[in-house]
Write a protein that binds this ligand. Sequence first.
Ligand code: F6P
Length: 547
Amino acid sequence: MTERPLLTQRPAWAALQAHFARIQKVHLRELFAADPARGSRLTAEAVGIYLDYSKNRLTEETLQLLFALADACDLRGRIDAMFRGEKINITENRAVLHTALRAPRHATILVDGHNVVPEVHTVLEAMRAFVERIHTHQWKGFTGKPIRNIVNIGIGGSDLGPVMAHEALRFYAQRDLNFRFLSNVDGTDFAETVRDLDPAETLFIVCSKTFTTLETMTNAASARQWLLAALRDPASVARHFVAVSTNAAEVRKFGIDPANMFGFWDWVGGRYSMDSAVGLATMLAIGPQHFRDMLAGFHAMDEHFRTTPFPQNLPVLLGLIGIWYGNFFGAETVAVLPYDQYLKRFPAYLQQLTMESNGKRVTLAGVEVDYQTGSIYWGEPGTNGQHSFYQLIHQGTKLIPCDFIAFCQSLNPVGRHHDLLMANVFAQAEALAFGKTADEVRAEGVPEWLVLHKTFPGNRPSNLLLLEKLTPFTLGTLVALYEHIVFTQGVIWDIDSFDQWGVELGKVLASKIVPELEAAHEPDLQHDSSTNTLIRRYRRFTKPPTP
Ligand code: F6P
């Protein structure tokens, strides 16, 4: 590993700090007043996304300094290395090639000298053929009934992408298939998922990169039992279970015919996998053509990210603006606020993408950082959030940069609804930026004791992403946009955005505690006193001492 200065020791960082000291108090009102064209100038547009970033607390100089930081961190070289298939996930010694999942058939992307693109298209073709068999009822359940229910069993990246895409693209979905997503190891999730389903009409997709994840394998085993209790023949498993995995040996051990396994590869991270075979449920819902359109959207954003100069590059701009707030203003969170009900699971999806990727505190060279890394992402669709947590964003003590996402056309035009929705998103961004001064409040005749309560400080930053319409293509562009924002920020922070060691310890400790909870006799507990007490208390309810 070549020696690199820590981020905070770079001259480009010091330049940004000095600049921050100069402009941290400048109000967006002043910035807009000084430049009447700001609202149209600080915008960028690509692959159907219009980005208005004018309501950010920055100037041209800020942007130049951020681009200089990106250059100092070799962002260009690192983008190229990812697209070339270099093993940039250094702690797992893996290439990072979710971009190959949406590469056109004729592309060549080498991993260890081997072109992976043909395999990607072979799997897509197998998915298409399978989806058509389900849709045309050629694939039937064991008793001859057509499949009407699809249950995706998976967790993390093997759940959140399919769930989000199913919600987001519901408008385009086959309505005669009923989709459920089973993830939690809590038995309630299993019970409620299957409660009203007919096993003879139900297909389970066991979706797990490793095929060893506790939650998924526990749910899959319960699903198999549930099926066998009704159909009473082990041969039925092959008609009611298919797998999405990289682990053929474990799939076979579970009893799923490897012919019904849709593969992917270790160069696809779980949270970057919704456009791989992990998207089987998505393709079943929206059909192969819409799925291809979604991949085209991902690819269009990939190409934009790979080839566009930084000042017009949407993921680079948004990634660097995020660095500006997190590392200089000390903001800890980002609110993602989609003004489209179909995107209601988009913030939840982004939480894994962003926080499992950039929640790291050690550089690629193995040095502990002395600066903030990954932000906390959260959000809810507008306008619901306005009647819940927006109060804190407008008048609270914390700086929360917001990403608003909105579409000019509604998929469900009903009366004036869409104009009202859009008026609200524009109004929120305006109110956050400009607020309402004490003088403006006084001018309304508000008594002096109430003035401060009714004042809005403003100067609260936001980005607004405005698209024409939510389609499979635009969803692909949006997801890829955030993937590349994560990448951009990971490069600046000099961390490995593609491993997830932080999930391991809890898994190991839980596997030690399971036998202690289930043991017939009082176990010899060697944990801390808190954990020991909790385990004993739990056992008093589940294993009362025999008289
Ligand atoms: O939470 C850790 C994690 O490994 C995620 O990165 C992954 O998406 C999820 O578990 C599920 O893993 P698998 O697809 O192997 O079941």
